[in-house]
Design a protein around this ligand. Structure first.
Ligand code: FAD
Length: 313
């Protein structure tokens, strides 16, 4: 009789944003501890375009590094930066021991457009710059091979992993339907090691996008970004920010539900179903937008069967 094969663990991770006040810093530290206790593969921290949250993002990343065993992943944006300023910024993050990045173009402030872009015009260029800064910062070193006089081997060094953004339903400014696949191919060619998607509301959005990307030659893992939408206000806000199409069924369910608890349940169920469907469809894991709160995203993972209930709360 053969032993039962254990179900493989589904990798998961969370996105956080830097706190805006001292009291929210305390609350975020508690959230980081709770999320870390669930054993995610990484915790990512957003970065305000134009450097608006730079110092605070780095503080959160340092906290994760010093107080948990979880890999901190830094979002970095290039909009508005000169090459020199971007290189200095990257060096600062590497010096703080950060070796995982999400390289983003970022968005110009409302009303400003291309002239604001600075020296770096795309995320692909930022990927290359992170690679270059790291290579220049860590000089080539050799170590002797014991027992073989005169022989030397190149000293191991961990290369930075560089994720990039992907847009299953198209970036709001894409002008044709293949542009997002082409952009992802360019980022992969520049050295990106994985991609994280913009939120989406139907599993087929993600699964069809991955199929198209694979057919076009994208080989890096594409991690689905899942956001629990627990109120009509949050739904309106994310639609405004991402340009996604209104998901009618979810919108109506949230609108007619009279209690916050009920709306929370609807959002959690929707996100858990999405997570289950994309994992069943072959996703390499799930990345949850946590909104700096642990309870909702951990419940989503529990309902999706990714986390055992005992790990919660
Ligand atoms: P690129 O790869 O350079 O371009 C992305 C897409 O935009 C391409 O598919 C291309 O089709 C299209 N595109 C870009 N510019 C144009 C143009 N001028 N005309 C036509 N098409 C164009 N932003 C932040 O500021 N901070 C964050 O921390 C942050 N985190 C994010 C995390 C994730 C997972 C995602 C998906 C997005 C995040 N963003 C963040 C938003 C991101 O910066 C914007 O969506 C930005 O507009 C595109 O960034 P990119 O890295 O994908 O750019």
């Amino acid at each position: 009789m053969s032993a039962e094969t254990p179900t493989p663990r589904v990798p998961f991770s969370f996105e956080l944003y830097p706190p805006r006040s001292a009291s929210s810093t305390e609350a975020l530290h508690e959230t980081v501890r709770r999320l870390a206790a669930a054993g995610p593969d990484f915790l990512s921290v957003t970065y305000g375009a134009g450097g608006s949250t730079g110092g605070r993002s780095l503080e959160v990343l340092r906290f994760i590094r010093e107080h948990t065993d979880v890999e901190p992943l830094a979002h970095l944006t290039c909009v508005g930066n000169t090459y020199a300023a971007a290189a200095t910024l990257i060096r600062e993050f590497l010096d703080a021991g950060i070796l995982s990045f999400l390289a983003l173009r970022g968005d110009p402030p409302l009303g400003q457009d291309e002239p604001f872009l600075g020296d770096l015009e795309s995320a692909a260029q930022l990927v290359q710059l992170i690679d270059r800064v790291q290579a220049e910062r860590e000089p080539y070193e050799e170590s002797p091979v014991p027992g073989f006089p005169g022989a030397a081997r190149v000293k191991d060094r961990r290369r930075a992993s560089i994720a990039v953004a992907a847009f299953p339903n198209g970036h709001p400014r894409s002008v044709h339907r293949w542009q997002d696949i082409d952009a992802l191919l360019a980022k992969q060619a520049a050295g990106a090691t994985s991609a994280i998607t913009q939120l989406f509301f139907h599993s087929e959005d993600y699964l069809l996008f991955v199929e198209k990307a694979r057919a076009a030659g994208v080989t890096i893992p594409i991690l689905p970004g899942i956001m629990p939408i627990v109120s009509p206000v949050r739904l309106a806000r994310v639609l405004e920010l991402t340009g996604e199409t209104l998901p009618n069924e979810l919108a109506v369910a949230l609108e007619v539900e009279p209690t916050p608890e009920g709306r929370h349940e609807i959002g959690v169920e929707w996100a858990a179903r999405l997570a289950r469907e994309v994992v069943d469809g072959g996703a390499p894991g799930v990345h949850l937008y946590a909104f700096n709160q642990h309870h909702t995203v951990l419940t989503v993972l529990e309902e999706a069967g990714v986390l055992p209930a005992a790990r919660l709360h």
